[in-house]
Design a protein around this ligand. Structure first.
Ligand code: ZN
Length: 421
């Protein structure tokens, strides 16, 4: 299961524009009127200091100092670097520190961007690797803060972060815990650390399976293990609309908006309960997605059929009975050529039809692998992804890459399916 790639930079530009619009429309009521003079720390100026909006260089310097304190998990230094005034700003700063300060080997840096038309208001994005894994520009938190200069200090005086952005990325976690393993870095809540340990072990066992596709998962993948569906939605800013998605890979949310690999793996923890022996196959499936996404970086399409076919083939352990029944009936419910061209195998399909699509995809990959080998499988997959995905386009690709007509291919595949578990 997977999510469609989305341009991080475009999404982000829209976000900034929305904030600016809200600000100029006066929808986000902020501070400015009455600033409480009390601070959390005693080093603050005493009475009614003159205030003005922080300039970009001042904002950046203060935020950088605060982020250095966050990296060092030094709460005193954090408060001194960027003190907060007012409940909303205090809550925002405390939330950032509580959530992010305890993560092991997590690099952090800040991008501080002024919100147009609103002096002193800044979109602050925190980026970093997680426990040494993933790109350095992974987004981990975002806040829109009002920063003012009071005497010698830059002070956070308001939190104008839109509700939907407050819990994005790591901020969705109440008490994030990290389980580190060569194969994956898992972020979860305390309640699920045992399950995370099991998943890490399963990932270690599963990653060798990818050799079947000539893939060597040579670096750790980041796996978010969510406690609830609401948490998953918060972290991803929505997530899949189809609630049947409980395990899936997704692009890393990056400041640069660039697509990279491996993708992240997202898992809803409650969906795994009581499924111990199945974890390894699940991880083999999701790791396949995470480490093959870049095969489709330059193709015209990236049909779900191909991605799921590879993942189902590597996962193993499925019964193909339902597919044999479909083929015995003439493959009319979901003809192979139709399945290959589907944008989504899920959309509008009931569970049994989704499963049928997955079995067709997995069996086609296994068939080509057994009959022609890995190199031809890759040529076929890339050729189909680069075709127009019509039956004619797929047939022409099949003839060009495998040297057989579509009818001969379907006949051979139908026979092959009879030999599967
Ligand atoms: Zn999948």
């Amino acid at each position: 299961m997977r999510l469609r790639a989305q341009s991080g930079s475009a999404a982000h530009a829209a976000f900034v524009a929305a904030v600016a619009l809200l600000a100029s429309a006066g929808v986000l009521v902020a501070l400015a009127v009455a600033l409480p003079v009390a601070f959390d720390d005693e080093a603050s100026p005493a009475v009614g200091p003159a205030t003005r909006a922080a300039r970009p260089a001042e904002a950046e310097a203060a935020v950088d100092k605060a982020v250095a304190a966050l990296r060092a998990a030094d709460e005193d230094a954090w408060r001194v670097a960027l003190p907060a005034s007012g409940d909303a700003a205090r809550r925002a700063m405390a939330d950032l520190f509580d959530t992010l300060s305890g993560l092991p080997r997590t690099t952090l840096e800040a991008v501080v961007q002024p919100i147009p038309s609103r002096g002193g208001r800044y979109d602050i994005r925190l980026l970093g690797t997680l426990a040494g894994a993933g790109p350095a520009d992974r987004l981990v938190a975002e806040r829109v803060l009002d920063l003012e200069v009071m005497g010698p200090r830059v002070v956070a005086t308001g939190d104008a972060t839109p509700k939907a952005a407050r819990e994005l990325y790591l901020m969705a976690f109440d008490e994030p815990r990290v389980v580190e393993h060569d194969a994956c870095v898992i972020i979860t809540e305390p309640k699920y650390t045992d399950l995370a340990e099991d998943l890490a072990t399963a990932a270690g066992a599963a990653r060798g399976e990818l050799a079947m596709l000539g893939v060597d998962p040579d670096r750790a993948v980041v796996l978010y293990l969510y406690a609830t569906r609401a948490q998953l939605r918060d972290a991803l800013g929505g997530g899949p609309t189809d609630e049947r998605f409980e395990f899936f890979s997704a692009p890393v949310a990056r400041e640069s908006g660039e697509l990279g690999w491996p993708r992240d793996i997202n898992i809803l923890a409650p969906a795994l309960e009581g499924e111990d022996e199945w974890l390894s196959r699940l991880l083999a499936h999701e790791l396949t997605h995470a480490f093959t996404v870049h095969w489709f970086a330059d193709t015209a399409n990236d049909p779900m059929f191909l991605a799921e076919g590879m993942a189902v083939a590597v996962e193993g352990g499925r019964s193909y009975d339902a597919l044999r029944a479909e083929l015995a009936g003439g493959n009319e419910r979901l003809p192979l050529a139709t399945a290959i061209g589907l944008g989504s195998l899920w959309s509008g399909n009931a569970d049994d039809k989704v499963q049928l699509a997955y079995l067709e995809a997995g069996s086609v990959v296994l068939y080509i692998l057994d009959e022609w080998g890995l190199e031809d499988l890759k040529r076929w997959i890339l050729g189909v992804a680069d075709s127009d995905l019509t039956p004619d386009g797929v047939a022409a690709t099949t003839r060009r890459t495998l040297g057989v007509t579509w009818d001969a291919f379907v006949a051979g595949w139908t026979e092959y399916v009879q030999t599967l578990p």
